[in-house]
Design a protein. Structure first.
Length: 195
């Protein structure tokens, strides 16, 4: 009923054709969302992947470095090989916000705790976890310094959207790998506000 009233409003009120056209578009969108909601409420799949073309997880290697050690090495206080670091396999998770590591890696890197954060896990349970001081995250020729979330018994290390943004990276879902948003060299955008 609502659809008919919305569509006819332009015709009877003498509104221009562009307004009537917009009404048709909005009406079609409304129809789509009604169908979508009906299907979802019946737990049916709205979009089904073709058989044999299943989406896998994107994994990659990153190197994590204790940033305090990096600065000490630059100042000549310690030697480069003394920097506490680890090269690890991570699962790229665009549903996660930050870098997620476990307790063992946290200790291996000699990181300090900056505080605690309440997080929501993939199964919707809540947990309070350590938030580390910034750690240097390296992927190829890119790096960013960022805090990590420590989940004591994490089954996977996760690379979330903030480190990806910080390194100008995105997921190439077709080839299932990380690629530069702006090609091989990172480009960082900043908008300056005028007076």
């Amino acid at each position: 009923m609502r659809k008919r009233r919305f569509r006819s409003a332009g015709r009877h009120t003498g509104q221009p054709e562009s307004v009537q056209g917009m009404g048709k578009v909005l009406s079609l969108l409304l129809d789509f969302f009604q169908v979508h909601n009906i299907l979802c409420s019946k737990n049916q799949k709205v979009h089904e992947e073709p058989k044999g073309n299943t989406m896998g997880h994107v994994n990659t290697q990153i190197t994590l470095k204790n940033i305090r050690d990096v600065f000490k090495a630059k100042e000549g206080i310690i030697k480069e090989p003394e920097i506490r670091q680890a090269t690890i396999d991570v699962m790229v998770d665009t549903g996660a916000t930050m870098l997620v590591i476990d307790e063992q890696l946290f200790r291996q890197l000699g990181l300090d705790v900056m505080g605690e954060r309440r997080i929501t896990l993939a199964n919707d349970t809540k947990e309070t976890c350590k938030l580390t001081e910034p750690v240097e995250i390296n992927w190829g020729n890119r790096s960013v310094a960022m805090s990590a979330i420590v989940i004591e018994d994490a089954s996977d290390f996760l690379l979330g959207v903030l480190p990806l943004e910080g390194m100008d990276l995105m997921v190439d879902t077709v080839n299932q790998k990380l690629v530069g948003v702006h090609g091989d060299d990172p480009i960082y955008l900043a908008k300056l506000l005028g007076n």
